[in-house]
Write a protein that binds this ligand. Structure first.
Ligand code: NDP
Length: 261
């Protein structure tokens, strides 16, 4: 299936690791040009070097915090200057907050809501004129099953993700027909976040065994965590010409852990 992404330009926030980096690899393999950002300059430079080593890859990378609108404007402008256009925006930068309601301060609530909303709003504002001019403009928002299925140990993250999903649906209507807006709703995906949690938890068993134990505890029907590459495939599809009549939709990439119908 030709995704029709050849020579299109995709900007991926949080592209230095995990799902963002896997998405960059896949879109490059599909012939797109790719821009990535992250806050940490060193890891971003290493990711960009890895991507540029792929055959024919055109990659632009610039440190940028998605919560700083001036940095985001500058990154988007530099992407268009370097790569010539902008067709696809993947809002992926972020993390989740493992805290129950009674452990979460007001400041932490504000931080969580800011990250989930402005992680989309800032990049979208800056990218929108280019996406509208593209003729194939697409936004893919990386969200989670939590948006529909809240978990008590992720109280603020679940609420913020529900708000983000609601906003995404509004945007799909407002930005049609020139720009499509869709979401992937993730279950648990192996990535740097989980490697960090493994180091912090110090469970005294190998990482692979710890992950398998968590997958069993969470009753994931497919019996494991997802891989970043499996999320990347869903993102690439929603960003592609093959999804040209799909907007305002969600695609669960969760191994069946979602219980809603
Ligand atoms: P990783 O921690 O592996 O990667 C996160 C990326 O985002 C890094 O490149 C990081 O770089 C960047 N980033 C984080 N905050 C910012 C910021 N403010 N501005 C710019 N870049 C930022 O995470 P994953 O790949 O696992 O997660 C990707 C997305 O998927 C996140 O939004 C996460 O919440 C979501 N998700 C992940 C799930 C999972 O199980 N892995 C489940 C559900 C949702 P740096 O720190 O240097 O800025």
């Amino acid at each position: 299936m030709d995704l029709g992404l050849r020579d299109r330009v995709a900007l991926i926030t949080g592209g230095s690791a995990g799902i963002g980096l896997a998405t960059a690899r896949l879109l490059l393999a599909e012939g797109a040009r790719v821009a990535i950002c992250a806050r940490g300059a060193e890891r971003l430079a290493a990711a960009a070097a890895e991507l540029r080593a792929l055959p024919g890859a055109r990659v632009f990378a610039q440190p940028c915090d998605v919560l700083d609108p001036a940095q985001v404007q500058a990154f988007v402008a530099a992407t268009v200057a370097e790569l010539g256009r902008l067709d696809v925006l993947v809002c992926n930068a972020g993390r989740s907050r493992m805290q129950r309601f009674q452990e979460t301060t007001d400041a932490e609530w504000r931080e969580e809501l800011e990250l989930k909303f402005f992680g989309l709003l800032h990049p979208l504002r800056a990218a929108l004129p280019h996406l509208q001019a593209s003729g194939q403009g697409a936004v893919v928002v990386v969200n989670a099953v939590l948006a529909r299925q809240p978990e008590p140990h992720l109280a603020a993250t679940s609420a913020a993700r529900a708000g983000l999903l609601n906003l995404t649906r509004t945007l799909a209507t407002e930005l049609a027909p020139r720009v499509r807006v869709n979401s992937v709703l993730l279950g648990t995906i192996e990535s740097e976040q989980w490697r960090r949690r493994y180091r912090e938890a110090q469970p005294g068993i190998p990482e692979e065994a710890w992950i398998a134990q968590l997958a069993a505890e969470r009753h994931i029907p497919l019996g494991r965590f997802g891989k970043p590459e499996e999320v990347a495939a869903a993102i690439a599809f929603l960003a592609s010409r093959q999804a040209s009549f799909i907007t305002g939709a969600t695609l669960d990439v969760a191994g069946g852990v979602q219980r809603y119908v």
